[in-house]
Ligand binder design. Structure first.
Ligand code: RRO
Length: 309
């Protein structure tokens, strides 16, 4: 059985990697991902300069997932470019960029364009936690203007990290815009922004920033992730690949996202809770399911979700 998958010119020997923001702020963490059964590594969304992020506590595990308002703590783009340059990494890299303004995103992407980086670059248009900055992914005009500006100079493989959408006409409108550009992939979904978790015992919120509001991940969001992957697969040009992210905890979750059309999947909350050995478990569980169903490769079932006639 092969569980390899391709995005652009990159080959993932296994179809799962860390989601941006989990086990990827420092070189030590990224090396743990690279030394696991993960198919590649994603870097923490980078800004031009290092950032400390929001005040703590800013992440909490909950029964069915997590809530976070990290606020983009990261070591700065140069740190991640340097990590990639200095280490001979033999797995695909998902270099995540998340400037806090369009100008910063363009400056960052110009830097990536000039660098020796050749793997996948992902522009995060969906961070819900930078105080005072709405998610660009919910502003269709801003998406279009950003992409127009980016593709005037950017020629490396580019992906977009999108927020979850909840209306079928939103998918139509977003896909219509994305299909006009030479995107290599999208990554859907980011956390479900600005949820609220309550601790009844203390009668309090569980994270400090923004009065307790934060991005929700984990089991809660799996149906939203499945829907976003499926809806975009039905609408995007076939050349645009899809990274499916949201609520993956088991090999069965990986199977379901691929059935909806994901090329590979990313793991956030479950990786934060279980650590990088989760990838060995996912590999075992996914291959067991494929064996039982008689599938030899991911393309045997990718996107083949059945509907009632
Ligand atoms: O750092 C964060 O607060 C964060 C980011 Br950039 C993001 O894209 N998604 C998220 O849930 N948290």
């Amino acid at each position: 059985i092969s569980i390899s998958a391709n995005i652009g010119n990159e080959v993932f020997q296994s179809p799962f990697i860390n989601a941006a923001g989990v086990f990827d702020e420092t070189a030590a963490e990224m090396n743990q991902i690279l030394n696991s059964e993960a198919g590649g590594v994603t870097t923490k969304s980078a800004t031009l300069k290092p950032r400390k992020g929001n005040p703590t506590p800013r992440y909490a595990d909950t029964k069915f997932g997590s809530i976070n308002s990290m606020g983009l703590p990261n070591q700065g783009l140069d740190y991640y470019l340097n990590f990639i340059e200095k280490n001979e990494i033999n797995k695909p890299i998902d270099l995540s960029i998340s400037g806090t303004s369009r100008e910063d995103n363009l400056t960052a992407l110009k830097k990536v364009q000039k660098s020796s980086f050749t793997s996948l670059c992902e522009l995060n248009l969906s961070c819900p936690n930078v105080i005072g900055k709405p998610q660009v992914g919910y502003d269709l005009t801003a998406i279009e203007e950003t992409l127009t500006a980016v593709f005037e100079f950017f020629t490396k493989p580019l992906g977009l990290k999108l927020p979850p959408y909840f209306d079928l006409q939103q998918y139509d409108a977003v896909a219509k815009i994305l299909n006009k550009y030479p995107l290599t992939y999208i990554n859907t979904i980011n956390s479900v922004g600005n949820g609220l978790v309550v601790d009844a015992k203390t009668e309090s919120v569980v994270i400090r920033p923004k009065g307790g509001f934060g991005g929700i991940g984990g089991t809660y969001v799996k149906p939203v992730a499945l829907a976003n992957v499926r809806a975009f697969r039905q609408r995007l040009n076939p050349e645009i690949k899809i990274i499916g992210t949201g609520g993956v905890k088991t090999g069965l979750d990986v199977f379901e996202l691929i059935l909806c059309g994901a090329d590979i999947v990313e793991i956030g909350t479950a990786l934060a809770q279980e650590g990088p050995h989760i990838f060995a478990r996912l590999k075992q569980e996914l291959t067991d399911i494929m064996q039982e169903k008689g599938y030899h490769q991911l393309s045997d079932f990718r996107g083949k979700l059945k509907e009632y006639q």
